[in-house]
Design a protein around this ligand. Sequence first.
Ligand code: Q9C
Ligand code: ZN
Length: 349
Amino acid sequence: MQVVYSPRHLLHDPSTEIEASTSHSPYEHTGRAETIKATLSADEQFRFREPSDHGVAPITAVHDEGLVNFLSVAWAEYQREVGERREVVPDIFFRRELRNQMGAASEPSAVSARLGWWCFETTTPLTQGSYEAARAAVDTALTATDVVLAGERVSYGLCRPPGHHATRDLYGGYCFFNNAAIAAHDIVSRTGGKVTVLDVDYHHGNGTQEIFYDRDDVQYVSLHGDPQRAYPYFTGYADETGSGRGRGATFNVPLAKRTQDDAYLAALADCCDEISAFGPSAVVVSLGLDTFITDPIADLALSTQGFARSGALVAQLGLPTVVLQEGGYDVEALGRNVHAWLTGFVGAV
Ligand code: Q9C
Ligand code: ZN
């Protein structure tokens, strides 16, 4: 299997995360991608390559150009306007209701206001190299897509930072650009076929859902911790099924606390039935391993063997598959969990 990996992910290197009313060392850190790289490198069936530059056009095909432009200059603007900082986090968020009865808002010029315009939460600090790392993650996803469009059955893009929380206009949830959505749109625009994004990260992929919510050419299917108790809280409910032409092309399965392998695999089998009924020509998997039993920020209870079974079940769809890395924060177990999922897939082909 081809693995796409770029050392440029190391340029996104935050030192703190503001979460749960405290400031602590970040769950999403460089060591995550490095341990996955080390584990896969030790198995010769995984062949590594670096991504090629795909430019900005595939990004602005799914994201607002204003978001891309902002992220490209925000760190430098903040250093100049506010002061020299190790990393940058918003201290105000735009909320529509601030302007009730006052007409539409527009983007102010101060960098502090712009941060609150383009970001939706506090856990995604922007560092000096974050933009370059986020661009490398997109190139990783698009290069993994190229591998599959060239005829390989499956490829794995070791994307970092992850992507599925980034919406058309907003970054957050450790995500700057939505790698999976960019890859899915790229497949549709290059092949004309329909694509499914299957999101198995613990968290609902609010960004991917939002980007494709009214489209009938990309299906979004997600299993995740019930948003009544789980981040991102405001999306991922079972009654969100798409709008307009996209009605019926979004499928959400909220899961109970401590869900184990057998119940999870049964829910994943239902998701696979939905995918077969949609009839895509390819699948993009948002692969989060934060459903693992000892993940520090989640509460499902999958085992390493459960990941192998998940990979095998997805392979049984019989479709060209681009697997892209999202979350997973038990770093000690992360490499072997990714390895289990991917070898489970390959073993079922
Ligand atoms: N107390 C991904 O897995 N922190 N993002 C939530 C709630 C943010 C997760 C903590 C979690 C973002 C790609
Ligand atoms: Zn997650």
